[in-house]
Design a protein around this ligand. Structure first.
Ligand code: HPA
Length: 297
C-alpha cells in the first residue's frame, strides 16, 4: 500500500523511495563523509556549522528532488563535516508545513537522513516560552512533545509502534550532563508543535499551558515522530526566542525570533558541540566494547 504522503506528492515518474535514492546517490557522489549523527538547525541557529571542519557544503537546490526552502533566515544547505573528531551532517534550514501545506516536504530531510545511515538526530528550533518561568534566550531540552499540527507522518503506513519515550532518555541525560559541565543553564520541558504561520492568540497559549506545554513552535513534532519511527535516537533542543502571546504584551515578529537566536548562538553552539563530542566518544566506547572478540572459555 502506498502511504498517504506518497499519494499526495507522487511524481508520475518516480516514487518517494526512488526520489530519496536519487538524492542519496547525488550526495554520495559529492562527499565521502558518512556521518551517523545529524542535526537540524532551526531559525537563526544555522551558524553552528561555522565550527565544523573539513566541510562539504551542498546547497539543497542542487540536490535532485530536495524540496525548496523559502522562509527568511532559513538557508537551505546540507553541511557534511567534522565536529572535533565526530562526523556530522548538519541540515541548515528546514521547510515548515505552513509554507506549502505539504507534510512530505517537511519530512524529506528525515527520510534522506535515514537513507544516509543517520542513527542519532538532534533537532533544534526556535520556540515561544509558555512556561511562566522561562525567559527569552533560554535553552530548553525537549523531554516530550504535543503534536497540535494534527498531522501524523505515520498515517497510511503499516501500524508501527512509536518509541516511548519519543525523545531518547540516554541522550537527554547526556545533554543535561554536558550542560552541567559547561555551567550552562538548561531548561527542560514539553514542546508543543502548531501549524502556524500566525503566532498564537493569548487564549491559545493558555490552552497550550493547560495541556502541559512549556514551549510552542511551528516545527519539529512530525520530523521527530518519523525519525523515532525509523529507529533513530532523537533529541530536541529549543531556543526560547520570545515569551509566547499573552505572557509578553509585545507583538511578535520573525525578526525578533532571529535576533534572540543570534544573541544566544554562541552558548547554543558550545552546548551542541560538546553534546556531539560526547555522543561520539560514547559511541566509540560502545563499538570498542562490542567489537571485542568473544572470549573462549
Ligand atoms: N509561537 C510559535 N512559534 C514560534 C514562536 C511562538 O511564540 N516563537 C518562535 N517560534
Amino acid at each position: 500500500m502506498k502511504n498517504n504522503a506518497e499519494k499526495k506528492t507522487a511524481s508520475p515518474a518516480l516514487s518517494l523511495e526512488q526520489r530519496v535514492k536519487k538524492s542519496v546517490s547525488f550526495i554520495r557522489k559529492t562527499t565521502r563523509v558518512r556521518p551517523e549523527i545529524a542535526i537540524i538547525l532551526g531559525s537563526g541557529l544555522g551558524s553552528l556549522t561555522s565550527t565544523m571542519s573539513r566541510q562539504t557544503f551542498i546547497d539543497t537546490a542542487a540536490i535532485p528532488f530536495y524540496p525548496r526552502l523559502t522562509v527568511e533566515g532559513h538557508r537551505g544547505a546540507l553541511v557534511f563535516g567534522h565536529c572535533g573528531s565526530v562526523l556530522l551532517l548538519a541540515f541548515q534550514g528546514r521547510a515548515h508545513f505552513y509554507e506549502t501545506g505539504d507534510l512530505e516536504t517537511v519530512l524529506y530531510p528525515i527520510r534522506l537522513a535515514h537513507a544516509l545511515g543517520i542513527t542519532t538526530l538532534i533537532v533544534t528550533n526556535a520556540a515561544g516560552g509558555v512556561n511562566n518561568s522561562f525567559r527569552a534566550g533560554d535553552l530548553m531540552l525537549m523531554n516530550d512533545q504535543i503534536n497540535l499540527t494534527f498531522e501524523n507522518p505515520l498515517i497510511g503506513v503499516a501500524p508501527r509502534l512509536m518509541r516511548a519515550p519519543l525523545y531518547d532518555e540516554h541522550l537527554r541525560q547526556l545533554i543535561t550532563g554536558v550542560a552541567g559541565k559547561l555551567a550552562l543553564p538548561l531548561r527542560e520541558g514539553v514542546y508543543c508543535g502548531v501549524k502556524g504561520p500566525s503566532y498564537e492568540t493569548a487564549a491559545e497559549i493558555e490552552m497550550v499551558r493547560t495541556l502541559g506545554g512549556d514551549a510552542v513552535g511551528m516545527s519539529t513534532v512530525n520530523e521527530a515522530s518519523l525519525a523515532a519511527a525509523y529507529g533513530m535516537r532523537v533529541a530536541g533542543i529549543s531556543c526560547i526566542t520570545n515569551l509566547a502571546t499573552g505572557i509578553s504584551s509585545e507583538k511578535l515578529s520573525h525578526a525578533e525570533v532571529t535576533e534572540v537566536a543570534d544573541r544566544v548562538k554562541e552558548q547554543f553552539s558550545a552546548l551542541v558541540n560538546a553534546v556531539i563530542t560526547a555522543i561520539g566518544s560514547r559511541s566509540r566506547a560502545h563499538s570498542a566494547l562490542h567489537s571485542r572478540k568473544p572470549r573462549r572459555v
